[in-house]
Design a protein around this ligand. Structure first.
Ligand code: ADP
Ligand code: MG
Length: 331
């Protein structure tokens, strides 16, 4: 029901960047190798995500837009944070608060399209598309004007979108990403581009971090690869000699998804204590892999928060891995 959808959607879709995150995660879940994101007016008038993933069958399109009907998680998997989204709520929510059009083509079948606007779903129609899926979201929050007032400037919303894309790009180095600002119409301006990386996971990650965090980070980055009590830690970290203006580049990923946790800030500070200065911060992109039962995701899914059951073990693992990497590098 449209009214209920709008209320629920207002809680899960906070701003254009949260819509972008859901759509890009869907593209990743669909096995995409390339994802193109086009944004107009900070995402307020247009968000378009095109992928070359598996596509959605024509007869499944209405289902994809129905609340809870399509969740990739069944009850037994609620702890599996590989499926980090709204659990079957993203597309229905976006269709409730904006004008959503999905065009998709499964290999060997004809392309089809469905539109939903302010919660009102249209029929499935034939469409033209060579493959994959294009999701277009126009006029976000047109159906909930109160929400519009909370949005920041186009520039600030675009910055948040860009940060979201860069986090996802770090987590998926074998996938190619482009972000374009199409505010002026036409092909627009490419504001971020990362081609698919090759090689083993560390090669690929190193290449991707050079792309996202800059060559200076990549040159100074220490390789991290450690394990403790069921937690696997990999990634790269650079000493505070690396300074990227005033921006603090400290990224943590848990089971492949970007998360925000102060634990990383503290661990970096602890490990690099002797090297810290006021205007220089350590930079890092670290990946924790663990059994999903060792993390709590019962926090708001849209906020990308996790809570480790035993944060002390993870903090200890990070600190000791960073210290070892420093020692190996001769510090
Ligand atoms: P969830 O991702 O939690 O299942 P969503 O509302 O985000 O819920 O998506 C609903 C369903 O639509 C997905 O389960 C998937 O089957 C399908 N879907 C959405 N986006 C894509 C895409 N880009 N490619 C292929 N299938 C998709
Ligand atoms: Mg989803």
């Amino acid at each position: 029901d449209a009214a209920i959808n709008r209320i629920a959607a207002g809680e899960v879709v906070e701003r254009p960047a949260s819509a972008v995150k859901e759509l890009v995660e869907n593209a990743l879940d669909a096995g995409a190798n390339r994802i193109d994101i086009a944004i107009a007016d900070g995402g307020k008038t247009l968000i378009r995500v095109a992928d070359d993933g598996c596509g959605i069958r024509a007869d499944q399109l209405p289902l994809a837009l129905s609340r809870h009907a399509t969740s990739k998680i069944d009850g037994s998997d609620l702890l599996d944070i590989h499926s980090f989204g709204f659990r079957g709520e993203a597309l229905p929510s976006l269709g409730a608060v904006g004008r959503l059009t999905i065009t998709s083509r499964v290999s060997g079948q004809d392309a089809a399209q469905i539109a939903v606007s302010g919660g009102q779903m249209g029929p499935v129609k034939p469409a033209a598309l060579t493959g994959g899926t294009v999701v277009e979201l126009r006029d976000l929050f047109f159906a909930t004007p109160a929400r519009l007032k909370f949005l920041r400037t186009d520039r600030a919303e675009m910055q948040a979108i860009s940060d979201t894309i860069k986090r996802l790009a770090m987590a998926e180095p074998f996938v190619g990403f482009t972000l374009r600002d199409v505010s002026g119409g036409g092909e627009g301006r490419v504001t971020f581009r990362a081609d698919p990386e090759t090689g083993d996971l560390f090669d690929a990650l190193h290449g991707r971090l050079a792309r996202v965090l800059g060559a200076e980070f990549a040159e100074n980055a220490l390789k991290i690869n450690a394990e403790r009590e069921g937690f696997l830690l990999t990634g790269y970290a650079a000493l505070p000699t690396y300074s990227r203006g005033s921006a603090i580049a400290q990224y943590l990923f848990v089971n492949g998804r970007p998360v925000r946790d102060k634990l990383l800030v503290g661990a970096l500070r602890g490990a690099f204590h002797d090297f810290l200065s006021r205007d220089r911060h350590p930079a890092a992109a670290l990946f924790v892999e663990c059994d999903p039962h060792l993390v709590d995701v019962n926090v708001h899914p849209a906020k990308s928060e996790v809570r480790f059951r035993d944060p002390g073990v993870v903090r200890g693992l990070i600190v000791s891995a960073l210290r070892h990497a420093l020692a190996d590098a001769g510090h």
